[in-house]
Design a protein around this ligand. Structure first.
Ligand code: GLN
Length: 479
C-alpha cells in the first residue's frame, strides 16, 4: 500500500491498529518525493532526503498525530530550520524559535518536514512564479501554475508528496492554489489561528490555514492549530470547538446565499457550469439557495492592493541586511541599499513602492484612508447577508490553472485572479475551497464556501456533506 496517498485520519487509524508505523509513512513520502519532485518542485530544495523529518519528533505512539509528518510553507518559522519566504533577502535565515502553530503541532505529535514548501516571495502572488527558487508546477498539468502563493503546499498535497500541509492566506493564497490543485484549503477567521511566527505580509489580513486531501483532515488540523495565543494580540480568546463534530450533520434547510457579483462576465463559462452543477448537488441535499447582492465587491481588488501593499511596505522595512539573511557588501548606507536592491525580487519591489506611495503624506487620505473606509463597507455587506443566511457559495477562482508565464508580465491580470477570494480577508471571515470538478482539459475547479466569523463549523458541515456525495476529492493526478 502506498501510505503517502492516504489522508492523515486514515493513517492515524492504521497506526492505532498497529498496522503501520510513522516511520513507514515517512519512507513512502521519501520515495514519492524522489519520484516526482523533479517535475513538481513543490519544495524549496531537496538537499538530504534522509533528513525529511527531525527524528526526535517521530516517536509519539500515544499522541494525537502519532508522528505523522506535515509540510510547512516557507514563511512559517521553524526553529533552526531555514525559513526564507522564498526570497534571496532571507537566504540562510534560521529562526531561533517555532511559530505557535509549529509548537502546537509538535505538542500534538506531528513530525515537521525539514523541507519547506515553495511560495511566491513573501506570499506576493497567485502563481508561485515569484519564488526565488523558481516556479512550482501543477501536478495536474506540469505546464500550468499550481496557484499561489501557497502553491508548493497545495502541489505537494495533490501530488502525494505530503500527507497535509500548512499555508498562509492574505488574499486567497490557500484557497486559490487549493482550487487549482484539487485539494481542500481553509482560510480561518482572522484571529482564529495565531500569527506568531508567520513572517508578516499584511498583518490585518494574514491567516495560517490547513491544506489537506479531504474535509475531515482539514477539520482535524484546525482543531490543533486554532486558539488564542498570548504572543499574538490579534488572536481571539474564544473556545475552539471540536470541528470534526460538524462532519456528518445534514444540510437540510441550511440557507445559502449566491452573490450575483461572483457570477458575472469575468467568470469562465466552463467554470460557471461546473459551479452550477455543484450548487445543484447541494440543492439535492435540501439546502435552500437564494440570489443576493454584495454591492461593494467591485472595489475589493483595488482596496486590497492598497491595504495589502501599505502593510507589506511597512512589514518589509526590517529586512535591511543587518538582522536577517542576505547581506550585500559595502559601507552602512550602501549596504542597506544594495541588500534591498539585490535581495528583493521584482514583485516585492513593486509592492514596497506602491505601499510606500499610498502611505505617503498627501496620498494617505486619498488612497489608504479611503480604502480602509471601503473595507468597512465590504464587511458590512457580509454582515447583512449573514443576518439571514448560514453561508455563501461562490467559485474560488474565475479560471482554472493558467499556463506558467501567461500572466507574469502583466501584474494587473495576475491581481484579478484573486477577485473572489480577497473579500473574505478584507472582512476577516472564514472561507474554504473544496474540489468540485474538472474542466475538459482536466484541470481542477474549486467551490468556495464562506460564513460569518468563527463559524468554521458551518463550512466543514457543508463541505463534508458535498464531499460525501461526490468523488472529486478522491481524484489523483497522473504524474
Ligand atoms: N494573490 C494575492 C496577492 O498577490 C494574495 C496572496 C496571499 O494571499 N498571500 O497578494
Amino acid at each position: 500500500m502506498e501510505l503517502n496517498k492516504l489522508t492523515a485520519h486514515e493513517l492515524i487509524e492504521k497506526i492505532d491498529k498497529e498496522e503501520i508505523t510513522s516511520q513507514e509513512i515517512i519512507s513512502s513520502l521519501e520515495k514519492r518525493i524522489k519520484e516526482v519532485e523533479s517535475k513538481v518542485k513543490a519544495y524549496t530544495k531537496v538537499s538530504d532526503l534522509n533528513l525529511l523529518c527531525p527524528t526526535s519528533n517521530i516517536k509519539h505512539p500515544t499522541s494525537l498525530l502519532k508522528g505523522i509528518p506535515i509540510s510547512i510553507k516557507d514563511n512559517i518559522c521553524t526553529e533552526s530550520l531555514n525559513t526564507e519566504c522564498c526570497s534571496k533577502i532571507l537566504k540562510g535565515f534560521k529562526p531561533p524559535y517555532d511559530a505557535t502553530v509549529i509548537k502546537k503541532l509538535k505538542e500534538a505529535g506531528a513530525s515537521i518536514f525539514f523541507l519547506k514548501t515553495n511560495m511566491d516571495e513573501f506570499a506576493f502572488g497567485s502563481s508561485t512564479e515569484n519564488s526565488y527558487f523558481g516556479p512550482t508546477q501543477n501536478p495536474w498539468d506540469l505546464e500550468c501554475v499550481p496557484g499561489g502563493s501557497s502553491g508548493g503546499s497545495a502541489a505537494c498535497v495533490a501530488a502525494d508528496e505530503a500527507i497535509w500541509a500548512l499555508g498562509s492566506d492574505t488574499g486567497g493564497s490557500i484557497r486559490q492554489p487549493a482550487s487549482f490543485c484539487a485539494v481542500v484549503g481553509l482560510k480561518p477567521t482572522y484571529g482564529r489561528v495565531s500569527r506568531y511566527g508567520l513572517i508578516a505580509f499584511a498583518s490585518s489580513l494574514d491567516q495560517i490555514g490547513p491544506i489537506t486531501k479531504d474535509t475531515r483532515d482539514n477539520a482535524l488540523l484546525l482543531n490543533i492549530i486554532a486558539g488564542p495565543d498570548k504572543n499574538d494580540s490579534t488572536s481571539i480568546n474564544t473556545d475552539v470547538p471540536d470541528y470534526t463534530k460538524s462532519l456528518g450533520l445534514d444540510i437540510k434547510e441550511i440557507k445559502i446565499a449566491l452573490p450575483k457579483e461572483y457570477f458575472l462576465s469575468g467568470l469562465d463559462p466552463e467554470i460557471k457550469d461546473i459551479i452550477n452543477e455543484a450548487i445543484n448537488k447541494l440543492k439535492s441535499l435540501k439546502a435552500d439557495f437564494k440570489e443576493v447582492s454584495l454591492p461593494h465587491t467591485e472595489y475589493a481588488v483595488a482596496v486590497y492592493y492598497i491595504i495589502a501593499t501599505a502593510e507589506a511596505s511597512s512589514n518589509l522595512a526590517k529586512f535591511d541586511g543587518v538582522q536577517y539573511g542576505y547581506r550585500a557588501k559595502g559601507k552602512l548606507i550602501d549596504m542597506y541599499k544594495k541588500t534591498r536592491g539585490e535581495g528583493f525580487g521584482e514583485e516585492a519591489k513593486r509592492r514596497i513602492i506602491l505601499g510606500t506611495f499610498v502611505l505617503s503624506h498627501g496620498y494617505y487620505d486619498a488612497y489608504y484612508l479611503r480604502a480602509l473606509k471601503v473595507r468597512t463597507l465590504l464587511k458590512q455587506d457580509f454582515d447583512e447577508i449573514f443576518k439571514e443566511f448560514d453561508c455563501i457559495v461562490t467559485p474560488t477562482s474565475p479560471t482554472s490553472a493558467f499556463k506558467i508565464g501567461e500572466k507574469i508580465e502583466d501584474p494587473l491580470k495576475m491581481y484579478l485572479s484573486d477577485i473572489y477570494t480577497i473579500s473574505a480577508n478584507l472582512a476577516g471571515i472564514p472561507a474554504i475551497s473544496i474540489p468540485c470538478g474538472f474542466t475538459k482539459k482536466g484541470l481542477p475547479v474549486g467551490l468556495q464556501i464562506l460564513s460569518k466569523p468563527f463559524n468554521e463549523e458551518m463550512l466543514f458541515r457543508v463541505a463534508y456533506a458535498y464531499e460525501q456525495n461526490t468523488e472529486w476529492h478522491k481524484m489523483k493526478p497522473k504524474l
